[in-house]
Structures are given as C-alpha cells and as structure tokens.
Design a protein around this ligand. Structure first.
Ligand SMILES: CCCCC/C=C\C/C=C\CCCCCCCC(=O)SCCNC(=O)CCNC(=O)[C@H](O)C(C)(C)COP(=O)(O)OP(=O)(O)OC[C@H]1O[C@@H](n2cnc3c(N)ncnc32)[C@H](O)[C@@H]1OP(=O)(O)O
Ligand SMILES: NC(=O)C1=CN([C@@H]2O[C@H](COP(=O)(O)OP(=O)(O)OC[C@H]3O[C@@H](n4cnc5c(N)ncnc54)[C@H](OP(=O)(O)O)[C@@H]3O)[C@@H](O)[C@H]2O)C=CC1
Length: 515
C-alpha cells in the first residue's frame, strides 16, 4: 500500500485556489488516491454572478473529475466549500466555518494567488502576500495541523541565474511595503511600481518572492514546505494525458500558434523551456505534504520543481513539435497555416510581426468591413502582442535550479509511492508530451472534437490555395509596378534570373559528372 495515499486517508485537508488549474488537479488526485480522506475543505469566493455553491456544483461536473467520478461516484460529498475571499480581513470566513477549520484541519495546501503578470502591485500584494499572511495566522491556531504546503513559483527569484532550494531575502521589508500600500494613492503606486519591483519582471514574481520570505519569517512552530514549479503545462498522465483548462504559461501561445494567429515569437531557440506537467507538480506537492507531516524536517524545505537541469528541452524544439502536431491535428477554423518564426532578434521579430501578423490582420479586417461585418483581427493581434511582450522575459533566457531536496524526497519514497506519485521527469518523453499537450488543448480547452480533423485539414488546404493565389497576384503586381516600368529594375531582374540559371546549369553539370 502507498504510504502517501494511506497518510491522507482519514485526514481533513484545506485547499485554497481549488477552483484554479492546479487546485482542481490536486483535489482530483487526492480524492482518487485516498478515497477515505475525511474531508476536503476548499476556500471559494462567489464570482461572475455565481454563488459559491453554484461554482462548486459546476466544477465537480467538469471533465477533470471523470476518473474519480468513475472510481467513487459520491466523491463530491467529501468536498466542503467554505465562502472566503483571501484579500479581506480574516479571509471573510464566517465564525462558524472558522471554528470548524480550526478544530478539524490536518493539512493545508495554499495554491490561491493572482498569476497575472500585469496585476496592479497593490492587489498582487494584498492577495499573494497578505492573503498568505492571514492564512498562516489561521494555520497557527489550527489544533490538529500537521503540515502547511505553500505553492510558490520557480520564477520567484528569477532576478538570479542560479536558484537554490533556499529562501532569498527580498530587497524591501514586506511589512513596510504593505503599510505603504494602505495609504498611498493608486496612481502613485502605479507610477513607482517599476522602481519598487526593481529587477523582477512583473508584480507576480515579485510578490511571490515576498510571500516566500514572509512564510519563512512567520512560520513559528508550523511544519511548512514550499513547492516551486516552473512553467506548469498540461498533464503528462493524470487525470488524462494533455489535460489543461486555462491559457496561462505557454498554453495561450501554443493555441495561438495552432490557430495560425501567432506566426512569429521572440524566443531564444537554444534557451531551456522549463515546462513542467501539472500532474508532476501535484504528485510532488502531495509527497511533500506527507513527508513534512510524518518526518517533520527540522528546517523548512523548499522543493524546486523543474525539468531544465534533469531533462532539458529548448524553445526551438517546442516550437518545432507544436507546429508539426498542429499540421497533423489541425485546430478548427485556423486563421492561417500554422508556422512559427522563432527568433531572439528584435528587428527580425518586428519585421515578421509587420509582415505575418499586422499585414494579414489589416487585410482580413478590410475584407470584413467590405462585406459589412465587424473587423476583429487587429484587436486580437494587439492583445497577442501585449501578451508576447510580457512573456518574452521568460522565453529569451535560461535559469538553473538545483533540485537536491526534490531528489532526496524521491529517494525516500517506496517503489509503490514512486509509481503512484511519480515526479521523476527523467522519464518524460518531450515530443510525445508536446503532442498530447496540443491535442489536450484542442479537446479540453477549445472543446473541439477529434472527428472534425478531416474538415480542419480541408480548411488548411483552402488556406494554402488562398496563399498561393495571393502570392502570385502580389508577384504580378510587383512586376507590373516596378519591373515592367523601369529599365534599371528590368536589368537587375534579368541579371538575377540569369545568375539563377547559371547556378542551376552548374549544379546540373557537376551532378551529371559525379554520376
Ligand atoms: C510555436 C509555439 C510556441 C509556443 C511557445 C511560445 C511562448 C511561450 C510563452 C510563455 C511561456 C512563459 C511563461 C512564464 C511563466 C512563469 C511561471 C509562473 O509562475 S506561471 C504563472 C503564469 N501566469 C501566467 O501565465 C499569466 C500570464 N497572463 C497574463 O498575465 C494575462 O493573461 C495577460 C497576458 C497580461 C493578458 O491580459 P488581458 O487582460 O489582455 O487578457 P485576459 O487575461 O483577460 O485574457 C483574455 C482572454 O485571452 C485568454 N488568454 C489569456 N492569456 C492568454 C495568452 N497568453 N494567449 C492567448 N490567450 C490568452 C484568456 O483566457 C481570456 O479568454 P476569455 O476572454 O475567453 O476568458
Ligand atoms: N500556472 C502556472 O504556470 C504556475 C503556477 N504557480 C503557482 O501555482 C498556484 C496555482 O496556480 P494556478 O492554479 O495556475 O492559478 P489559477 O489562476 O488557475 O488559480 C488561482 C486560484 O486562486 C484563487 N483566487 C484568486 N484570487 C482569490 C481571492 N481573492 N480569494 C480566494 N481565492 C482566490 C482562484 O479562485 P477563482 O476561481 O475564484 O478566481 C483560483 O482558484 C499559484 O500559487 C501560482 O503562483 C507556480 C508556477 C507556475
């Protein structure tokens, strides 16, 4: 029997961020591998006109729970939603719910955060730092608490090249910064944000770094571990290969490439793309929860959860496999044939943006206007370019993370635990993973049926014909305007044609001689 699965049976768990991408996979794995878990409390806020109850009722119907639904049809009875808002005093939890949590909870998994790169600093601090502080303060009062697992990010310290499994002190005192946010005008905060975050690329990574330090400072007697995943991608195996449900990380760009919208992207082809499958992160998280509770390490352990140092794969290779998968399994109604120019050169990227993004978008919008419809492509591209700007920091450089604690934990697991809670990424076969990722994005994120592939291929053939027709027309226009009208252009043209002819004749002659 797995020690990890056995540990969680009979335990009461609290998860924050359970409605998010990682939270759902965590909840699913926990309920499936430890069906006798006592209860899983989840902190949920009402959102988008839906009450907490409606959100949870919809969530448990989601595809991600299909496997656990098959194994334990009443799994949802274990899920106990608690109304909470992490940015509010006392997390807005009612006195009754609070009492229940304080007296019952054995393990806390803190996943909730804002992951937006453009989040205003005040809100990112309020949620990622002060929300964590409030949760820690609750945790300290929990009578039966055995472990507290904080989910951070491998990029919390992305201002360093080599990142060890230690907490790095931030440049400012968190408390002073939070005090500042309380009285300072929003517009002034916005203005001084770049100065405050210094060499961090965004408010997300900056506040995650502050949160790590705060956890270390305020842990007191608690058994805490920190998990630092890199770029979390679709699942490798569980609950299904390729399962994904949001556009974060690389997923949005992968889909944009599949739809033929993204044709150029600023990346360093040789830089390591540190993608990590979501099920690997969740398996490590559950294993760390068990280890922290049972072995109670003397110091707080940080687990870097990355692939680059162990099984590296570069952005150039990802781009190649994404495009080739989408050529074999096209997305429906692609805008253009999938292809990707990947360069770290600013000018070359700008050239391709103008030629393969802006020009087709303008032409398409013109066509929409002429046919009495609403233009939309330029808007989509402007949004894509904004996202690309925010992401390029991560795609143009590499980092090195040490993974001693993660490896030591793996070595402590029984063979059965290592099989059921596998986080050994040496076994990850990248081309197969990327193929499942793209197909998973098509099925689970875009809700496209695989039976529509022949029609999607037919659509790509139509696009190719349009492109050939367009290129030929363009060539004729260029000929008419420049070459046919100017003697000099004609001379250059004949010179180039005769040069090509000579080269061809030379190669033909030399290949005949060789045979
Ligand atoms: C040839 C293939 C090449 C593939 C690889 C190329 C590039 C890889 C790209 C990136 C990898 C780097 C990632 C680094 C991760 C660092 C590690 C972490 O810790 S992860 C936490 C990760 N957080 C994120 O990834 C959040 C990033 N996103 C944002 O901050 C914002 O979404 C935004 C980019 C600022 C855009 O904000 P905006 O207000 O304009 O849009 P919305 O967020 O409201 O979304 C609108 C709409 O678009 C969908 N969406 C969101 N992001 C993307 C995206 N990147 N691409 C396409 N579409 C996206 C979103 O779901 C919304 O849809 P809907 O309206 O239907 O809800
Ligand atoms: N995705 C990635 O690539 C990576 C993620 N991480 C970390 O993993 C964790 C989970 O990320 P992920 O699942 O991808 O993120 P998601 O954005 O998918 O989920 C975030 C979760 O936090 C909840 N939340 C946000 N604001 C509040 C609030 N004010 N009160 C209560 N709950 C709130 C959301 O609830 P709601 O549904 O109501 O919005 C949601 O459940 C985060 O800590 C993130 O920093 C680390 C590295 C990479």
């Amino acid at each position: 029997m797995s020690s990890i699965a056995a540990y969680y049976n009979g335990k009461t768990i609290l998860i924050t961020g359970a409605t998010g991408f990682m939270g759902k996979v965590l909840m699913e794995k926990l309920l499936r591998s430890s069906p006798d878990v006592e209860a899983v409390y989840i902190l949920v806020r009402p959102k988008a006109g839906q009450s907490m109850q409606e959100r949870v009722a919809n969530m448990v119907k989601s595809k991600v729970f299909d496997r656990v639904r098959e194994d334990c049809p009443n799994f949802q009875e274990k899920i106990k939603p608690i109304n909470a808002e992490l940015t509010q005093p006392n997390l807005s939890i009612s006195a009754k719910d609070l009492q229940e949590l304080l007296s019952q909870v054995n393990v806390v998994f803190h996943c909730a955060a804002t992951v937006r790169f453009d989040e205003p600093l005040k809100h990112a601090l309020l949620l990622n730092v002060m929300g964590t502080q409030q949760l820690l303060s609750l945790a300290r009062q929990m009578q039966k608490l055995e472990a507290f697992i904080h989910i951070s990010t491998a990029y919390a310290n992305c201002n360093r090249r080599n990142i060890d499994e230690v907490i790095y002190p931030p440049p400012v005192e968190t408390k002073k910064l939070c005090d500042l946010m309380e009285w300072m005008d929003e517009s002034v905060i916005q203005e001084i944000t770049p100065k405050l975050i210094g060499d961090w690329p965004n408010t997300y990574t900056y506040t995650k770094a502050l949160a790590e330090y705060l956890v270390q400072q305020e842990k007191e007697h608690l058994n805490i571990a920190i998990i630092r995943p890199s770029i979390v991608g679709a699942s490798w195996h569980e609950p299904f290969p390729g399962w994904i449900d949001n556009f974060n990380g690389a997923s949005g760009m992968i889909i944009a490439a599949g739809k033929g919208i993204l044709q150029t992207v600023k990346v360093n082809n040789e830089a390591v793309a540190d993608l990590i499958p979501v099920d690997v992160v969740i398996n490590l998280t559950l294993a760390a929860g068990w280890y922290t509770a049972v072995h109670r390490p003397k110091t707080m352990l940080v687990y870097n959860c990355t692939t680059g140092g162990i099984n590296p794969f570069c952005w150039g290779e990802i781009g190649y496999h994404v495009i080739s998968t989408f050529k074999r399994n096209p997305l429906e109604q692609a805008f253009r044939i999938p292809r990707a120019q990947m360069t770290s050169n600013y000018l070359i990227n700008q050239y391709w943006i103008a030629v393969s993004h802006k020009a087709p978008a303008m032409l398409y919008d013109l066509y929409m206007r002429l046919t009495g419809r609403k233009p939309r492509m330029m808007k989509i591209f402007n949004r894509l370019h904004k996202s690309m700007l925010l992401l390029e920091y991560f795609t143009c450089q590499s980092w090195e993370w040490s993974s001693e604690n993660t490896n030591t934990l793996m070595a402590q697991l029984s063979p059965e635990d290592r099989r059921l809670f596998n986080f050994d990424v040496r076994q990850l076969h990248w081309s197969e993973y990327i193929e499942n990722y793209c197909i998973g994005a098509k099925k689970y994120l875009l809700n496209e049926d695989m039976s529509g592939i022949p029609a999607a291929k037919q659509h790509l053939r139509k696009l190719r014909n349009i492109q050939y027709a367009f290129n030929t027309t363009l060539l004729v226009i260029i000929w008419r305007i420049f070459i046919a009208r100017s003697q000099m252009a004609r001379n250059i043209w004949y010179f180039v044609v005769s040069l090509c002819y000579k080269f061809l004749s030379y190669f033909r002659a030399s290949s005949t001689l060789r045979h």
